[in-house]
Write a protein that binds this ligand. Structure first.
Ligand code: ZN
Length: 176
């Protein structure tokens, strides 16, 4: 590379860096408008958890469900799960446990948990005392495959990506 080319390359890299550091940034909207089609009870002080769950459920075309959101208690282990969130169901309602997450991270974690909600809702994922069934195949709780190899997790990690993007498009906006 001659001197001139080097200077141009460095200038372009600096311009890109400036754009990343100082360019327009997306932030969480103050008021997000969406239809209420589910009962979402948020027992945390992060209002955005409720918005993200409502928007995500709408994106998945889910309605008529009851979802409780609680902070995960630090003294309870979430067994081998995403470690930032977990979802439980008694067959009628859902409980989403979340760590103290900032907005962008919350979108990612909630998108993942909502895919599990959809799996439970469609009965493709069923948990019993000692066995987890996914698409009719039973997995003994004591001998589950590695976390990411569990088929319901592999699906959640795959399907959370477009859901996360769809939620972001609705709840985030460029800062004025
Ligand atoms: Zn998961």
């Amino acid at each position: 590379m001659n001197k001139r080319t080097t200077i141009i390359v460095v200038a372009v890299l600096l311009a890109l860096l400036a754009l990343i550091l100082f360019g327009p940034r997306k932030v969480f909207k103050e008021n997000i408008e969406y239809d209420i089609r589910n009962i979402v009870v948020n027992q945390t002080n992060h209002d955005y958890y409720e918005d993200i769950v409502n928007v995500g459920l709408n994106e998945l075309c889910i309605e008529g469900e009851v979802v409780l959101i609680q902070f995960h208690r630090a003294d309870e282990e979430i067994e081998g799960l995403d470690l930032r969130g977990a979802i439980f169901t008694n067959g009628q309602q859902y409980l989403i446990n979340l760590y103290d997450l900032k907005q962008r991270e919350a979108i990612e974690v909630i998108a993942h948990e909502l895919i599990h909600l959809e799996q439970y809702r469609s009965k493709r994922l069923v948990g019993t005392k000692d066995t987890i069934f996914f698409e009719g195949v039973g997995y003994k709780k004591g001998q589950l495959p590695a976390y990411r190899k569990r088929p319901w997790e592999a699906e959640a990690f795959r399907r959370q990506v477009p859901l996360q993007k769809a939620i972001q498009d609705i709840v985030l906006e460029y800062k004025e």
